[in-house]
Design a protein around this ligand. Structure first.
Ligand code: MG
Length: 357
C-alpha cells in the first residue's frame, strides 16, 4: 500500500503515523521476505497442487486419505510393513485393522520417510488390563526406532506424565489428555521434521514434532532432545534424513488402522530399507577388470560401496537399484541364474563388475 493511496482512504491527521508504521513494516518485510524469487501477489507464482482432502474417520469407520497421501495401511494387508530386520512381520490382521502380537517385535515401513505428515489411528485393548505403562502400550517411531510418540491407554490410567499417551516419550508430556476409553479408535496427526546433521555428523537442527490427538493439539513444535531412551538422556547420533516409520511391540495387543503419510521433504525420489537378507546377497567383491575390484559391504540396514578407496553409502530406490548422495553414483544389481553382477555408473561412464565371492 502506498502513501498516495493512503491519503485518499485515511483521515489526514492519522496519515503521518500510519505512513511511518507502514514504512517500518515495509523495511521489515524487505528483510524477511517469504521468498525473494517472487513479488508480492506475483501472478507468475505457481499455484499450489490441488489435493482432494479425503474424509475424516468416525468411531465406526476409517476415513479416506487425502489424494496425495502414501497409504501405509488401508486395513487390507501388511505389504508395506516388515519386522525391523526386514523379514515378514508376525503382527496379525483383523477386520480392517492390524494387531500387535506380544513378543513379535516392532514393525516398520519398507519405505523411508523424512519430513512428513503422518496420520495413524489406534485402539487399546478392551477390557483394559494392567496398570500404568503396562496398559495398552505401543508407540509410533520416526527415524527407524529413534523417536517415540507414546501410544498408551491413558484413559483413567495414571503414569508418569512424560510417558502418557501423546508424549514424546521421556521428554514432553502432551499438553492435554484427550484420550478416549479403551477400545475406541483414536487418531494421531503428526508433523515430523527430521533432524539435520552436517557431513561430520554434528547436529544442525533437532527433530521436531507437532501432534494432534483426536483433532486436539497436544504437542506444539517441540524439539526432541535426542533419541527416546529410558532412565537416561541419550545424545543425538547422525542418521539419514529418511528412515522407516515403526510401531512398537510393548507386549500389549494394540490395534492400528488407516495409516497414511504425506512426504514434505524431497518427495521426488523414493527410498526403501530392504531386508538385511536381501542386502546380504549383494555383499561381496566385484571384478571390473583384472586386479580391479570393488567391494560391497553392509553396515546396519545400508549397503556401502568401496570403489577406488572411496566409500559410498548406498540408498535403495528399488530392490535392485541403489544410489549415493554425495556423488552421482548409481548401482544396478543384475542377478540371474547365469551371472551375478553390478552395473556401476558414475560421471560419463558405466561399467559392469562381476561378483567374485
Ligand atoms: Mg510405548
Amino acid at each position: 500500500m502506498r502513501p498516495d493511496f493512503l491519503s485518499r482512504v485515511c483521515p489526514s491527521p492519522l496519515l503521518p503515523t500510519l505512513t511511518a508504521a507502514l514504512s517500518l513494516g515495509v523495511s521489515a518485510l524487505a528483510l524477511d521476505h517469504p521468498d525473494p524469487r517472487w513479488l508480492d501477489h506475483d501472478r507468475r507464482r505457481p499455484q499450489p497442487p490441488v489435493v482432494d482432502p479425503g474424509t475424516p474417520s468416525t468411531l465406526e469407520q476409517a476415513g479416506r486419505p487425502p489424494s496425495d497421501a502414501v497409504v501405509l495401511f488401508d486395513g487390507k494387508d501388511l505389504s508395506q510393513w516388515a519386522s525391523m530386520d526386514g523379514s515378514p512381520t508376525k503382527w496379525i490382521m483383523g477386520n480392517g485393522y492390524m494387531e500387535c502380537v506380544r513378543g513379535s517385535g516392532y514393525i516398520r515401513t519398507l519405505r523411508n520417510f523424512g519430513d512428513c505428515q503422518l496420520h495413524v489411528e489406534w485402539a487399546t485393548p478392551v477390557p483394559a488390563q494392567g496398570e500404568g505403562q503396562g496398559r495398552g502400550n505401543s508407540g509410533v517411531f520416526f527415524g527407524f526406532d529413534r523417536y517415540e510418540i507414546q501410544v498408551l491407554d491413558s484413559y483413567q490410567n495414571t503414569t508418569y506424565a512424560d510417558g502418557s499417551a501423546g508424549s514424546i516419550y521421556g521428554q514432553y508430556p502432551p499438553l492435554v489428555n484427550v484420550c478416549r476409553p479403551p477400545g475406541r479408535w483414536q487418531t494421531y496427526d503428526i508433523l515430523y521434521t527430521a533432524p539435520r546433521f552436517d557431513s561430520a555428523g554434528k547436529l544442525l537442527t533437532p527433530a521436531r514434532f507437532t501432534i494432534f490427538q483426536n483433532g486436539v493439539l497436544i504437542q506444539n513444535n517441540v524439539a526432541a532432545t535426542g533419541p527416546t531412551s529410558w532412565l537416561e538422556r541419550a545424545p543425538y547420533e547422525p542418521h539419514p534424513e529418511k528412515q522407516p516409520i515403526a510401531l512398537q511391540d510393548h507386549g500389549n495387543p494394540v490395534r492400528f488402522r488407516n495409516i497414511w503419510v504425506r512426504e514434505l521433504g524431497h518427495p521426488e525420489r523414493k527410498e526403501f530399507t530392504w531386508a538385511n537378507a536381501l542386502l546380504d546377497t549383494y555383499v561381496g567383491t566385484y571384478e571390473r577388470g583384472p586386479g580391479d575390484n570393488v567391494e560391497v559391504t553392509r553396515h546396519g540396514s545400508q549397503l556401502v560401496l568401496n570403489m577406488g578407496g572411496v566409500r559410498f553409502t548406498l540408498f535403495a530406490e528399488s530392490q535392485t537399484h541403489f544410489f549415493a548422495k554425495t556423488t552421482d553414483v548409481q548401482c544396478e544389481f543384475q542377478f540371474s541364474e547365469s551371472e551375478k553382477a553390478v552395473v556401476i555408473s558414475v560421471g560419463e561412464g558405466g561399467m559392469k563388475a562381476k561378483k567374485l565371492r
